[in-house]
Write a protein that binds this ligand. Structure first.
Ligand code: ADP
Ligand code: MG
Length: 320
C-alpha cells in the first residue's frame, strides 16, 4: 500500500470536520481560522516506542495517549483544543495496526471535537508525534511564571497511578486485585487531559503545569519560572484506593511524588482568588486537592509529613 492510501484510508476518511477548518488533509498545508479575540496555543509531544510506551501497548491506546498528552499541555495553558497534526514514523505498513490506531485517534478526535488537519508519514522506528493547537482568550493563558509566595498549591485527580500501572505492565509488580489492576493500567494507557479544569482556571490560577514527569520534577518548573519555593504536605497528596491498597504507604507516597504519566494539573491560586476558585470548580463539577503553598525560599521544595520534614531522594523521569 502506498503512503497516499494510508493517509486517505486511515486518516482523511476518519477525520471529523470542524467549521474553522478551511483546508484540511490533502493539500500542502492546512488552512484554519482563529476566532476573534483569541490567541493560538501550539504544543508538540512525541511518543517513542520503548521510551514512552511499551512495544506491546495496544495501538488504540497509543493513539489516544498521543492525543491526551498533547491536550494535557493545552489544558495546562488554559486553552480549548481545536486541531491536531500527526507525524507518524512506521517500521512497516501493518494495516491491522493502522486500523486500530486510526480508530483510537478518531474516537478521541470526536470526543474532544478536534480535527486532524495534516501530518507526515515516514518509514522508520515506531514513533508518534502530535502537534495540538487550541485557543485561549488574549492575555488569559495560564503560565508557569506568575505564581507568588503565599499562593496555595492544588492538584487535580489522583497521583501515582500511572507509575504503579507501568510497573504492573512491566511485570515488576504483581497485583491480586484485578479491579485495581485494570484501573491502574487504564490510568497509564488512557490518561485524561484536564481540559475543563484548565479553561475554568483562566483568570483564577496564578500558574499551572501538567504533571507529566512527576510532581517533584514538574513543580520545580513553576518554582524556577516564578522564583518561589514550596512546602508540600505529602499526607495531603490525593491517592486512589487502588494505589493505597496495592502498595505500602511510603511507596504510594513515592509513586505520587515522582512517577510520571499522570497528566493531572498542578496549579497555584492566591489567597484573594480562593473563594472564586471554590465556586468555579463546584460549578464545573470538578475537583482539586490543596497540597501546600509557595514560599519565598527560591528554588527550595520542602516536603512535610505530619508536620515533620519528609526525607525523599527519588527524582521524576529524566530523558537525559
Ligand atoms: P507533502 O509531500 O506536500 O509534504 P504529503 O504527501 O506528506 O505532502 O502529505 C499529503 C497530505 O496528507 C498533506 O495534507 C499532509 O498534511 C497529509 N498527511 C500526511 N501524513 C499524514 C498523517 N499521518 N496524518 C494526517 N495527515 C497526513
Ligand atoms: Mg507538498
Amino acid at each position: 500500500m502506498k503512503e497516499f492510501n494510508v493517509i486517505e484510508d486511515f486518516f482523511k476518511a476518519k477525520s471529523i470536520q470542524r467549521k474553522d477548518v478551511i483546508i484540511g488533509i490533502g493539500d500542502d498545508g492546512a488552512v484554519t481560522r482563529i476566532p476573534q479575540g483569541q490567541a493560538l496555543v501550539t504544543t508538540t509531544d512525541t511518543l517513542l516506542s520503548g521510551v514512552h510506551f511499551l512495544a506491546d501497548t495496544p495501538p488504540h491506546a497509543i493513539a489516544q495517549k498521543a492525543i491526551a498528552v498533547n491536550l494535557s499541555d493545552l489544558a495546562a495553558m488554559g486553552a480549548e483544543p481545536a486541531w491536531i497534526s500527526l507525524s507518524l514514523s512506521l517500521p512497516t505498513i501493518d494495516t491491522d495496526w493502522l486500523e486500530a490506531f486510526s480508530n483510537g485517534l478518531q474516537e478521541s478526535a470526536i470526543y474532544y471535537s478536534v480535527q486532524l488537519i495534516g501530518g507526515d508519514t515516514v518509514q522508520g522506528p515506531l514513533s508518534i508525534t502530535i502537534t495540538a493547537q487550541g485557543f485561549v482568550p488574549f492575555e488569559q493563558a495560564l503560565t508557569r511564571s506568575k505564581a507568588k509566595p503565599g499562593d496555595s498549591v492544588y492538584v487535580t485527580g489522583t497521583l501515582g497511578d500511572a507509575g504503579l500501572g507501568l510497573h504492573i505492565a512491566q511485570k515488576k509488580h504483581v497485583l491480586d486485585d484485578l479491579t485495581h489492576q485494570s484501573f491502574l493500567l487504564n490510568r497509564l494507557n488512557y490518561p485524561t487531559p484536564r481540559l475543563l479544569v484548565g479553561t475554568s482556571l483562566r483568570r483564577i490560577a496564578s500558574s499551572c503545569i501538567d504533571i507529566s514527569d512527576g510532581l517533584v520534577s514538574d513543580i520545580k518548573h513553576i518554582l524556577k519560572a516564578s522564583q518561589c519555593g514550596a512546602t508540600i504536605h505529602v499526607d495531603k497528596l490525593p491517592m486512589s484506593r487502588a494505589l493505597k491498597e496495592s502498595v505500602a504507604y511510603s511507596q504510594a507516597i513515592d509513586y505520587s511524588l515522582s512517577a510520571g504519566d499522570d497528566y493531572e494539573l498542578l496549579f497555584t491560586v492566591s489567597e484573594e482568588q480562593k473563594g472564586y476558585l471554590e465556586t468555579t470548580l463546584a460549578n464545573a463539577n470538578v475537583h482539586a486537592t490543596y497540597i501546600g503553598h509557595l514560599t519565598g525560599n527560591v528554588g527550595k521544595l520542602e516536603l512535610r509529613l505530619a508536620d515533620k520534614p519528609y526525607e525523599y531522594n527519588a527524582k521524576g523521569y529524566e530523558h537525559f
